[in-house]
Design a protein around this ligand. Structure first.
Ligand code: ADP
Length: 359
């Protein structure tokens, strides 16, 4: 197991594009870290710098406290799983798993023991004689994961490893990878654009946007204490609702309703007089009807989606769109008006200019 330190890491590509800005992170031994963010935000670039596949333009990268910027990929003792499985098509599952160890000159009996153990962990024991083309997508991806874990390295990097799988396989592999992590204990960095994968797998998540780290925290922290509009909107499904409003006389005015900002912001409300605020609330953070200690709003129901465990209600609040999550038994009729309440503790106010949360 290894611990990693990234200090002020920057990546400027030869064409001058600054893809990663001042990335700072300490990764503890055995931690499962997820880099998440929209496509192009710099996740893979950062991972590739850690793997040694891409030069670090500036900053320090340390493995177990020792500078590793100049170390080649092999010296870093890292195993990597990519989006494409890159299995050898003419080799059986056994040989695919064994290949890396054979190259290292490991003894045949040791190889056999490790292949069998890895196959057992991954549920591949019955498939060791098969060629990759005779496996399902999920099984192939398991072989790819197996090839990485069989090397028993301290650091495990994965770049969107589940993106070629269908929705069901993704859910299964998600929990399998978490399980494998628990068994191997390897320090893991996992890249994905999928917030559900990040939330379900990570010890800590790094949310990135446009090459900048937005927030680093546990899934709980990111969900309940997003630092800005971007993180609030990125984590959670359906995403957080945002209404941009100007404060007059300490209130924001949404349709016929005037919401007293001091109920949530206390004394800080005064600082925002005449300024714009972003009023944020999660679809699941509401209660239907009128309630105390809550902001109350009316909305027209435009569409409902009954999903079984809940219903998504698409609403129009005075021209602005939002989504509410309600109990399926409370699904409202389309084209009717509903009243709902957002308990103060479920409301987030963000500064309209910086988009940072106001605490
Ligand atoms: P992500 O993994 O978050 O989708 P990447 O790290 O792959 O993002 O890319 C980050 C940004 O760097 C993107 O805008 C991408 O176009 C750019 N980029 C990636 N590779 C290169 C390269 N070799 N030269 C120039 N720009 C690159």
């Amino acid at each position: 197991m290894a611990y990693l330190t990234l200090k002020n890491i920057n990546k400027i590509y030869p064409n001058g594009y600054h893809a990663v800005h001042d990335f700072n992170l300490e990764i503890e031994k055995g931690e499962f870290i997820v880099f998440v963010g929209p496509s192009g935000c710099g996740k893979s670039t950062t991972l590739r710098m850690i793997a040694g596949l891409e030069d670090i333009s500036s900053g320090d990268f340390l493995i177990n406290g020792k500078r590793a910027n100049e170390k080649g990929p092999r010296e870093r003792e890292i195993a990597m799983v990519f989006q494409s499985y890159a299995l050898y098509p003419q080799m059986t599952v056994y040989d695919n798993l064994a290949f890396g160890l054979t190259l290292q000159g490991v003894d045949e009996d040791v190889i056999e023991e490790r292949v069998n153990k890895t196959a057992k962990i991954l549920g591949l024991t019955d498939y060791l004689d098969r060629l990759p083309r005779a496996l399902s997508g999920g099984q192939r991806q398991r072989v790819a994961v197996g090839r990485a874990i069989i090397r028993k390295v301290g650091i495990f990097l994965m770049d969107e490893p589940l993106s070629n799988l269908d929705a069901k396989q993704r859910v299964t592999m998600r929990s399998e990878i978490t399980q494998i992590h628990r068994e191997t204990g390897a320090t893991t960095i996992y890249v994905t654009h999928d917030q559900t994968e990040a939330m379900t797998m990570a010890d800590r998540i790094v949310v990135m946007k446009d090459g900048y780290v937005q927030q680093i925290g546990t899934p709980y922290e990111l969900y309940f204490k997003p630092v800005n509009v971007f993180v609030g909107g990125f984590i959670g499904e359906p995403p957080m609702n945002f209404l941009r409003e100007t404060v007059t006389d300490g209130h924001i005015h949404i349709g016929p309703f005037s919401l007293d900002t001091s109920k949530k912001l206390g004394d800080k409300a005064k600082d925002y007089e005449g300024k714009e605020l972003v009023f944020g609330f999660r679809p699941e953070g509401i209660v239907l009807g009128k309630h105390d200690n809550a902001y109350q709003l009316n909305a027209m129901v435009e569409l409902t989606e009954m999903l079984g465990d809940n219903t998504n209600v698409y609403i129009d609040i005075n021209g602005e769109k939002a989504i509410l999550k309600v109990d399926p038994h409370d699904t409202p009729e389309i084209d009717t008006e509903i009243t709902f309440s957002i308990p103060y503790e479920n409301v987030y106010f963000f500064d309209g200019e910086t988009e940072n949360v106001i605490e």
